[in-house]
Design a binder for this molecule. Structure first.
Ligand SMILES: Cc1cc2nc3c(=O)[nH]c(=O)nc-3n(C[C@H](O)[C@H](O)[C@H](O)COP(=O)(O)O)c2cc1C
Length: 186
């Protein structure tokens, strides 16, 4: 057991928040996933918040060495769940910029998508699948598509519908299975 509570040989799955704006929904959705993971999974789950890494646009000078820290952090994980917002029918630019730093850090890892938006972030999710394919990340088919209308109450409190429960369990199970299966290749 390490100081962070992580047991050696346990799979590590990162919950990546795709947005950084003030008032973002990604944080609450990420926290929900973290809480649910402790009910349904024996893997170690941890939030990776792009807000903690003020990455310069890829190609610009990185005076503070933030990209090194970000790459080292990402390298610790066997798989990822992406908390994915839809911005202009695609993934948020801040996430795309982060990917451009990662390259082989991502190879042979597993992923799942929890998207959200007016139509569940479906268009952004399709773009993300293309990017993950290019990065040799195995992204499972099962996805949670949260609606910014139906999964929030009239006061904009996050109230995910029960219908997501089955897919949530599948996601935790399959990401771990795929992350484990790909271990010999990493
Ligand atoms: C720049 C921007 C572009 C957006 N474009 C879309 C879009 O194309 N489709 C969609 O369903 N929602 C879109 N939205 C609404 C987002 O789905 C909604 O604001 C969501 O909460 C954004 O994630 P965040 O709160 O984590 O930033 C957009 C929001 C922003 C800020």
């Amino acid at each position: 057991m390490t100081s962070s509570g992580y047991k050696m040989n346990e799979l590590k799955i990162g919950i990546i928040l795709s947005t950084i704006r003030k008032g973002r929904r990604s944080q609450e959705i990420g926290n929900w996933l973290l809480k649910e993971s402790s009910k349904y999974s024996r893997s170690h789950y941890e939030i990776i918040d792009l807000r903690d890494y003020d990455l310069p646009l890829y190609g610009k000078e990185d005076k503070l060495g933030v990209s090194k820290k970000f790459i080292e952090k990402t390298a610790e994980f066997d798989g990822f769940i992406f908390v994915l917002a839809e911005y202009n029918h695609s993934i948020p630019g801040v996430l795309k910029n982060a990917f451009d730093y990662l390259g082989k850090t991502m190879h042979n890892k597993a992923a799942a998508i929890v998207s959200y938006g007016a139509i569940g972030g479906a268009r952004a999710a399709e773009h993300l699948r293309g990017i993950l394919g290019q990065m040799d990340v195995a992204c499972i088919s099962t996805q949670i598509a949260l609606s910014i209308f139906y999964d929030y109450d009239d006061n904009q409190n996050f109230k995910p519908l029960d219908l997501h429960d089955d897919n949530l369990k599948i996601i935790f199970k399959r990401v771990a299975e795929w992350a484990e299966a790909l271990k010999p290749l990493r």
